[in-house]
Write a protein that binds this ligand. Structure first.
Ligand SMILES: Cc1ncc(COP(=O)(O)O)c(C=O)c1O
Length: 383
């Protein structure tokens, strides 16, 4: 007899990123959809990985990550944000930021707990909360600036609120949290048991001289926070699926309890390669804003004559484009049409909302070579 299967995630299908990347491949469209670079990570980093694989660094790493990499992470967050993280008790290396997010939520959210997210929200948050028996409370960000309406947050907070998930720089809108946002956040969580999960995977992709307001700059907020980052984004190696979490020791202890039964450890030679590269090239992070700002501006210049309205992008490697002058299709239909008929893949925004406002935006990823960006823009300018 066929056993009855009761799905724990009945409403979850294949992610939009997988769907669009497959469609782009099938249609041979330029893929400005999924967020990954079409260029490689630094030569030295890749050379170090080959070195460690060849030299036999191929067995399990320690649960929290190799000490040298945790020390490098601690010294980076000290240098950039002034936060003193103990490498032994507050830094955990994980196979991808996604795993850290899963572990942080699973460690802290239980049945009936509420977790506040801001829509459009990155797609892994809600399913993880659901697997824990929690309830996701969605607060929409309003176009075109996609800032947080803090009154709505205050109204949503209740004794059931266990966690607020922040994401700055924000995927898919590129919006940044400001120092004023942090001040208001302080007021909101003061005298509560609310935990914070700060998804900062685009921490180094901040433009026009602006500052990334990492939670790591705020020691009082850090008492209740998990801060998550991704080496994939920072070193152009998304396929290495390696990231880290910085959190105070009490929270780190709980996160590691889950981590040890999800993956147990990250991949050993990758950790050694990253540790060597961080030690040899600490300036890589400092050079990233100029590197990606140039790409953003090349794309914007190439799109100048298009009928898309390009929304200012202060962070991430995503560019939102409003297309109501071109079509009144829904964003899902628009993306299908762009990919199938016009040869450029993009990502719709409404899929990241619980209830999408009436709007016409698509997201383009500009982590691509100059030639790719110019070629895609040429096609888009014909519309
Ligand atoms: C906002 C956000 N969080 C987390 C992740 C996942 O990062 P990783 O590939 O390191 O798991 C991504 C990847 O696209 C992302 O955009």
């Amino acid at each position: 007899m066929q056993p009855e299967l009761r799905s724990k995630l009945p409403h979850v299908g294949t992610t939009i990123f997988t769907e669009i990347s497959q469609l782009a491949l099938d249609c041979q469209a330029i893929n400005l959809g999924q967020g990954f670079p079409d260029f490689d990570g630094p030569d030295l980093l890749r050379e170090r990985l080959c070195h460690y694989v060849q030299q036999g660094f191929n067995q399990y790493a320690p649960l929290a990550g190799i000490p040298k990499l945790r020390e490098q992470i601690a010294s980076k967050v000290k240098r950039l944000y002034g936060y003193n993280a103990c490498p032994d008790t507050e830094v955990t290396v994980v196979p991808g930021a996604t795993e850290a997010i899963y572990c942080a939520i699973t460690a802290c959210v239980g049945s009936g707990d509420e977790v506040i997210v801001f829509d459009p929200a990155y797609d892994c948050y809600e399913p993880t909360v659901a697997l824990c028996g929690g309830k996701t409370i969605h607060i929409p960000l309003q176009p075109p600036k996609f800032g947080i309406d803090w009154q709505r947050v205050k109204d949503a907070v209740s004794p059931r609120t266990r966690m607020i998930i922040l994401n700055s720089p924000h995927n898919p809108t590129g919006a940044l949290l400001s120092a004023e946002d942090m001040q208001t956040l302080r007021e909101v969580v003061k005298d509560t048991n609310i935990l914070l999960l700060s998804d900062e995977v685009y921490e180094h992709l901040v433009y026009d001289g602006q500052q990334h307001e990492s939670l790591l700059r705020y020691p009082d907020l850090m008492q209740r926070a998990f801060v998550v980052s991704s080496f994939g984004k920072t070193y152009h190696v998304t396929g290495w699926k390696t990231g880290y979490c910085v959190a105070p020791s009490l929270l780190t202890t709980e996160l590691r309890k889950v981590h040890q039964y999800v993956t147990f450890v990250g991949i050993t030679p990758i950790q050694w390669a990253l540790a060597d590269f961080m030690e040899a090239c600490p300036q890589h992070c400092d050079e990233l804003p100029a590197f990606y700002q140039k790409k953003r501006d090349i794309f914007l210049d190439a799109m100048a004559s298009s009928r898309f309205d390009m929304i200012p992008t202060p962070g991430t490697y995503f560019q939102l484009a409003e297309y109501s002058a071109i079509s009144d299709k829904t964003d899902r239909e628009m993306v299908q049409w762009l990919t199938r008929e016009q040869g450029v893949a993009a990502i719709p925004i409404s899929v990241f909302y619980q209830q999408a406002p009436d709007m016409r935006y698509v997201r383009f990823c500009f982590a691509k070579s100059e030639a790719t960006l110019v070629e895609a823009a040429k096609l888009l300018c014909q519309l």
